[in-house]
Ligand binder design. Structure first.
Ligand code: DLL
Length: 432
């Protein structure tokens, strides 16, 4: 089943021609309207007309998350605000948030691309889709919501959290498709088991999961706990949100929506393209976005392009699951967290260079993070009250900063050092 068969099954040459035309239009747009890109292109002595083939893309500069932050909030917008109909932002509060915008056309494309992903995952207008992502600045809930409405399904904007209520809604409203993070699906499955609710009490058939890493083992577990077919879908707010790629029911890789995104895979050290099929960092250029075009955005996600055709008939390239990151970002309970955010909080509270380590575990389906803060030995001889006050202050500021609560423990500085004297900022013990 396809949503836009003429696009999803486009012949290779035709696709390349379309990509090139759209790339040229995008480059003209950013050169004319975004001073940041114009300056970068000028510095490199490139003008949009120099890009006459898709391989010329390698001559263009990369864009990184820091560029978005430096231009906070609207500096990279290519359209005036009167043309912008929606604004979203990535997680992270002060200084870390990156803001993205959409015109009416962008919204139309976005819902169509998510509609493709949803359709490929087996869902139709006859389904009742429960969106268990948090609504808000995050692109996940609204993105999937709009796509689901676009195909004409019945959408339940349940939002995230409150698992028992979530299950009650599923039962009463006869939800057939669940949308959320894979770890939340695990938690729902666990809760069903704990409460002795059989899956036969639900009407679930499909689950569309994304926004954080997961594994084949987790897929099997979710499928058996919830009695569904589970598919993976991928996206990131800087480039659009969900709708960049998604699995079809063959479940052998995530089909890119290549008529809207030009994808490259590079070696994160040398920045040169890796050989087809090798693991590397995904780099994406948007081809149709008006409000917030992105040129060669370094996603920091490690993937592989999969070889061979998919029996489903879609012709675009497919990516593997996300295999890891090329930076130190971790996703805790669906929220993207950068160690620097924790470091900033600790500096603000303690002054000086903090020593810390973030330890992430998974307890059942729940992520649990503990920040170990290296303290001077003197504090351990101090009153308990002073230690507790310190811990409470750090906890409160961290939740404010990253939007996720963590445990905080004071430890002696030396316990955080490896033998080379350095501290590893993140220890991720989760077995996905
Ligand atoms: O998570 C967009 C999204 C929402 C995708 C809902 C799919 C479903 P951000 O909050 O900006 O956007 O986080 C983007 O999350 O760079 C990846 O590291 C990670 N990520 C997203 N999808 C997957 C996935 C949304 N399917 C960051 N598997 C990305 C693994 C994923 N990691």
């Amino acid at each position: 089943m396809y949503w836009e068969p003429d696009k999803e099954c486009m012949d290779g040459e035709e696709l390349e021609q379309l990509q090139l035309e759209r790339l040229q239009a995008t480059l003209n747009r950013v050169y004319a309207h975004v001073p940041f890109y114009r300056k970068k292109f000028d510095e490199m002595g490139i003008s949009p007309e120099d890009i006459s083939s898709l391989s010329d893309i390698a001559r263009l500069p990369f864009t990184a998350k820091a560029d978005l932050r430096d231009n906070y909030p609207y500096g990279l917008f290519a359209m005036p605000m009167r043309e912008v109909v929606r604004v979203h932002a990535s997680s992270g509060s002060t200084g870390m948030a990156t803001v993205v915008g959409y015109t009416r056309n962008d919204m139309r494309h976005w819902s169509n691309l998510v509609a493709r992903v949803i359709t490929a995952a087996g869902v139709t207008k006859d389904d009742v889709i429960q969106i268990a992502f948090g609504y808000g600045l995050f692109t996940g809930a609204f993105g999937l919501h709009q796509g689901a409405e676009r195909i004409g399904a019945s959408v339940i904007p349940a939002s995230s959290g409150n698992t028992l209520r979530q299950i009650q809604i599923m039962k009463d409203f006869k939800t057939t498709a669940l949308v959320g993070t894979p770890s939340y699906a695990m938690l729902i499955g666990e809760t069903l088991r704990e409460k002795g609710i059989p899956v036969s009490a639900l009407s679930l058939k499909f689950g569309l999961f994304g926004s954080e890493p997961w594994s084949e083992a987790m897929r099997k577990e979710i499928e058996s706990r919830l009695g569904i077919i589970a598919t993976d879908n991928y996206g990131l707010s800087e480039v659009m949100g969900p709708g960049i790629s998604g699995e079809c029911l063959e479940r052998n890789g995530l089909h890119f929506n290549e008529d809207h995104f030009l994808v490259e895979v590079i070696d994160p050290e040398t920045l040169a393209p890796v050989a087809e099929g090798e693991e590397g960092e995904l780099v994406i250029t948007s081809l149709t976005k008006e409000a917030f075009p992105m040129i060669r955005y370094r996603t920091r996600d490690r993937i592989r392009i999969l070889k061979g055709d998919c029996p489903c008939g879609r012709t675009g390239r497919r990516m593997s699951r996300v295999l890891g990151r090329t930076d130190d970002m971790v996703i805790i309970r669906g929220v993207n967290v950068y160690p620097i955010q924790i470091e900033n909080v600790l500096t603000e509270i303690g002054g000086g260079q903090p020593h810390y380590q973030i330890v992430v575990d998974r307890n059942g389906a729940m992520d649990e993070a503990t920040v170990l803060v290296g303290a001077e030995e003197s504090i351990f001889f101090d009153q308990m009250k002073r230690q507790k006050d310190m811990v409470d202050r750090i906890k409160a500021r961290i939740v404010q900063e990253i939007g996720v609560s963590v445990d905080v423990k004071l430890v002696e500085k030396k316990t955080l050092c490896r033998s080379d004297g350095k501290t590893q900022s993140v220890i991720d013990n989760r077995k996905l």
